[in-house]
Design a protein around this ligand. Sequence first.
Ligand code: AMP
Length: 624
Amino acid sequence: MGRAVGIDLGTTNSCMAIAEGGEIIVIPSGEGQRVMPSVVAFTAKGERLVGLVAKRQAITNPRNTVSSIKRMMGRKFDEVVAERLNVSYEIKSSDRGDAVVRLFDRDYSPPEISAMILQRMKARAEEFLGEPINEAVITVPAYFNEVQREATKAAGRIAGFEVKRVLNEPTAAALAFMEPTERKRLAVYDLGGGTFDISILQVVNGIFEVKATSGNTHLGGDDFDARIVDWLLKEFNRGNGTELGSDPVALQRIREAAERAKCELSSTLEAAINLPFIASDETGPKHLEISLTRGLLEGLIDDLVKMTREPCERALSDAGLKAEDIDHVLLVGGSTRIPLVRKTVEDIFRQKPAHSVNPDEVVGIGAAVEASVLTGQRKDLVLLDVTPLTLGVETLGGVMAPIVERNTPIPIKRSRMFTTAVDNQQVVSIHVLQGERELAEGNRSLGRFELVGIPPARRGAPRIEVAFEIDANGILSVSAKDAVTGRAQGMKVNPSGGLSEDEIHKLMQEAEANAEIDKARMKLVEARNAADQVIYDAGKLLETARKQLEKESWEELENALVSLRMARDGADRIRIAKDTSRVSDLVIQVSRLVEVLDSHAVSEETERILVLEDEEPDIDRGLL
Ligand code: AMP
């Protein structure tokens, strides 16, 4: 069995870790950072950028830069629109009503975009570890429904991973934080860019059991940013009478400035927001210069932060516990750095949260712990997870009949008997639902199928067994069986989060092809980087050489440099490498000439000093 990485596929940033010699190490991104922005962009030249490079160019390319794709995973277009996502790219509805992203002339499904992030992480892990990595544990918010989990799994598959487990993020955090020998009750409060999760866990003798989970899939730092952006737009309009909302570039700059100010205010009391030349009209350019205080920020986001209280109380009550029963409160997600959030957590749980873990890495580290368990590297702990939401079927009058209650440990198989609603009914429709509402229409529909061929009988006489089976990843299979005929019918719930098996295969092939393109592109980027370094060195050297040496000594270097500069802006990697090596050689040659001159200069200087010293006694003597 190969090694498996743990991946925290975050809304804003993603983090990856692996077990190595009994330790868990975080695998740094290609740019040397411990997390990678979950951003994908396409340039006008048709290049695909992922991570920091994609994030950096977002200001100039807002329409084709995709961030926060996690918020669209496994979701319908209508749901996403209702939520008013704070993004500049175009979101459309697919033929099936799923949310998709439109970039240039193509629609991309959210699993496809997520797969691009995962694919980059896979390549990075392989580069870092020097071996193929084909297995992964990927985390999801505990509150993700079946469709969203399946969409995440599909993303992993498209990227070329065998997804060993789709793991709840808070559970992962607990795995990273606790020693299996401890006996503790833990609350994990996870507020990231787009989602809020609360989980209550218990660890006894190496068994991690999630007692309850709750949360809000549409609450996080992005919403705080949106409040600041709205405030900035209003303030700017008040001061200048200019609407900025319709200019995507201005809006992107404002969004970034809002997020920066928010982060700054976690450690300072006042943040200056300066955006020169944000707009212009007949009176000239306009600048946005304003100060945001921590107090004002807290006023803007207070109601949002308070919205985390109710899920915490619900999770405690579902677990049959009180705040006092919790031994540690663990903070996860970048937004838990906000002092108001920490204070709210302290109020809810009546204790200070633990400070020993890095909220950005703890989930990825925990995923790596689970990966090491699943690949047999570690044997001292077992993980029991639970279903985040109640699962059931629709019955007469549009009422949902629960079959597996929320917070039931998984894997699990449960069944309930049903019967017909009218006399001689020969077909029953099994409508699978997920959610906590009593009426079917208030819950999420996961799919439906029919069981046909029921022998005619009085209503209430037939016995139909509906069985739900949930595997360790939280993926649901449903079957219905007529007890008389033994006839059965079943479905796996939306096995791919809105994508058919064929589509997944096609995307896997595309991703593989793109991996080659990506590798070639990486090589080109590396060649350009090497060229840039040499261009810089050669430029500096030429400045000196022109002053000190005859033209014939540096002319060849100058010409080679012109050629390298042209090659560097092209896409011919071989030519860049060749020109780089040529310029490098010439740099060495010319530097030697400069060095020789310098050494002469030094020795002349030295001689002069010696002469002076020799002269000194005379001078001194003369004075004497
Ligand atoms: P995550 O999804 O866990 O990566 O969290 C990302 C969210 O945390 C984004 O909304 C960030 O703006 C936010 N964030 C990161 N650092 C800070 C900070 N120092 N203060 C406030 N929010 C932060």
